[in-house]
Design a protein around this ligand. Structure first.
Ligand SMILES: *Cc1c(COP(=O)(O)O)cnc(C)c1O
Length: 368
């Protein structure tokens, strides 16, 4: 049995007529940039997030960059974020000229350890970027409290968490501003790159509309220095189709996660993901831990089961961030987990039969 890590084509085949007609509509109308489908999608996605405003941008990375820009983050500032995130979170901070300051992870939630944030705050600290990693909401209450105490902005990196719920609130509407990615493999993905910024703050929303469009709203009238970073109308049309299924898909991911957890919980050599109380995660990834990670990874790949590591090299040990001067041992939990984590196949179309096969193969590996 061959099992993919994600299976994007399956969604297309299942809803082909809807996708084809949505794309065709845009082709016929020809409003490829800032068109009607984009405006509609922005309204619908804002509503989905329980937020007032949504502005489509070209990618999650651009979204994080633009969000930091409108929050006023500039060279010399420091921004606190998780040591164990995808590198784009840190890159956006350096793109505005600020310095990323990492905080180690909490081993229970895989998210930023809120207890270690205060110790990293200096006079230069301007914002915190909690990342809702793997679709599991970060511990926002403590982060909100710290942000209020030190007058810091909160930018939620919700690129892996479309629809996740923290204490009855959708992520994306908890901090000052939030960013989502529509990279094809995300819980809701475009047929290419895409992203969105979500906020309840009208001033920020207005500024983003300018920033993503060379600093102006009216052609050839530029109020500020902006960039070109818009979500294509065609991608918005695709995303509108997918948004209709997102809740159902997220529910299936959660069911698959529960099924995995049940199937694997008897194995002493494996740690399954823990769910914190008061949150509903959306399982962008289902990540287990084992000290025999590399051997298990090889074994599963040989059996045609695609698995991944998110992420194998922590950002502070990446060549690209040599200049920050971090060294091995600076973030012990993150470094320890990078050697133990393994992401199993996870997507709504996965079947119980496939999960049974994956679980059986893992048990086989451990000779049980
Ligand atoms: C995917 C992702 C991004 C970047 O999004 P792109 O659309 O690929 O630019 C940023 N942060 C996290 C946590 C992500 O998973």
């Amino acid at each position: 049995m061959k099992i993919n890590f994600v299976d994007i084509q399956k969604q297309y085949v299942l809803h082909q007529d809807e996708f084809d007609s949505a794309i065709k509509k845009v082709m016929i109308k020809g409003d490829f940039i800032l068109g009607e489908e984009l405006i509609n999608f922005e309204k619908e996605f804002a509503k989905f997030c329980n937020a007032k405003y949504c502005i489509g941008v070209a990618s999650g990375t651009d979204g994080l960059f633009i969000a930091l820009k409108v929050l006023g983050i500039k060279p010399g500032d420091e921004v606190i974020t998780a040591a164990n995130t995808f590198i784009a979170t840190a890159l956006a901070i350096t793109m505005v000229g600020a310095t990323p300051v990492f905080v180690d992870m909490d081993p229970q939630s895989y998210n930023i350890d809120p207890q270690q944030i205060e110790g990293k705050i200096t006079k230069k600290t301007k914002a915190i970027i909690p990342v809702h990693l793997y679709g599991q909401p970060a511990d926002m209450d403590i982060i909100l409290k710290i942000a209020k105490k030190y007058k810091l902005k909160i930018l939620e990196d919700a690129c892996q968490a479309h629809g996740a719920i923290y204490k009855q609130q959708r992520v994306g509407s908890i901090g000052d501003i939030a960013v989502f990615s529509f990279y094809p493999g995300k819980n809701i993905g475009a047929f290419g790159d895409g992203g969105a910024i979500v906020t309840n703050n009208k001033k920020l929303a207005d500024k983003i509309v300018f920033l993503r469009n060379w600093g102006g709203k009216i052609k050839y009238h530029h109020e500020i220095k902006g960039i070109n970073s818009r979500l294509d109308t065609i991608q918005a049309a695709v995303l509108r189709v997918k948004l209709r299924y997102l809740e159902e898909w997220n529910k299936k991911r959660k069911e698959h996660a529960d099924y995995y957890t049940k199937a694997l919980s008897g194995l002493a050599s494996i740690t399954v993901p823990k769910e914190l109380s008061n949150v509903i995660p959306v399982y962008h990834l289902y990540v287990i831990q084992t000290t025999q990670r590399d051997a298990l990874l090889d074994y599963l790949r040989k059996k045609d089961i695609s698995v991944g590591i998110h992420y194998p090299i922590p950002i502070h040990l990446q060549k690209a961030y040599k200049d920050l001067g971090y060294k091995k041992g600076d973030f012990p939990e993150t470094e320890k987990y990078a050697k133990k984590i393994l992401s199993l196949p996870m997507y709504p179309e996965l079947t119980e039969k496939e999960i049974d096969y994956i679980a059986l193969s893992i048990k086989e590996f451990f000779n049980q």
